[in-house]
Design a protein around this ligand. Structure first.
Ligand SMILES: Nc1ncnc2c1ncn2[C@@H]1O[C@H](COP(=O)(O)OP(=O)(O)OP(=O)(O)O)[C@@H](O)[C@H]1O
Ligand SMILES: [Mg+2]
Length: 170
């Protein structure tokens, strides 16, 4: 995403935050979820166990969805959680094994009526819309993760700025 963004599409690093526990990552996700609206797309990039699904659990809570519904979609590729705004939770890890239909019907995946979050977004970057909020998660120690927000367009920039402010205020 950052490397492959066209020149016309400015990618701006908004901030990096340190999470010291799974609960902190969830809370961070919840802060983000409160700011999202239908049509927004968030791509999560990070190694196995870096906290992507943990962050989505909090994000769902912030959207108004029971976080206990959130399970990794690695093997089923896509889950949809009903809520005030439905949340689509996808996983790009097994994109090579995906039935073509899923990545063919992107109008359905990136619905203006739903929020979409994609784990392993770097593996499906050519399928993502231009204006995506990218979150890079990385291991720092057993219980510490860095979470870096990169905005790829005006809407994701707006969300990331608001998120930075919300995080600073907490
Ligand atoms: N600060 C932290 N933030 C998030 N998870 C943490 C943190 N510290 C420890 N963990 C642990 O790391 C693991 C993160 O798992 P999670 O399923 O969220 O990762 P993931 O990135 O979705 O992995 P996968 O690539 O397999 O989908 C959990 O076991 C969680 O308890
Ligand atoms: Mg996961």
């Amino acid at each position: 995403m950052v490397e492959s963004a066209p020149a016309s599409q400015q990618a701006s690093d908004i901030f990096e935050r340190l999470s010291k526990s799974p609960e902190a990552t969830e809370q961070f996700g919840e802060q983000l979820g409160r700011l999202l609206r239908a049509g927004d797309v968030v791509a999560l990039v990070g190694d196995l166990g870096s906290g992507k699904t943990t962050l989505v659990r909090g994000l769902a809570k912030g959207v108004g969805i029971d976080p206990q519904r959130v399970k990794s979609p690695t093997f089923i590729l896509l889950r949809e959680y009903p809520g005030p705004v439905p949340l689509i939770h996808m996983d790009g890890y097994r994109v090579g094994e995906a039935p073509v239909a899923i990545w063919d019907d992107l109008d359905w995946v990136f619905s203006p009526h739903k929020i979409t979050v994609i784990e392993w977004g770097d593996l499906v970057r050519e399928c993502l819309p231009d204006d995506v909020l990218e979150l890079q998660l990385a291991h720092k120690s057993a219980n510490q993760r860095t979470i870096r927000a990169i905005a790829h367009g005006p809407r994701s920039q707006q969300v990331a700025e608001a998120w930075r402010q919300a995080a600073g205020a907490s």
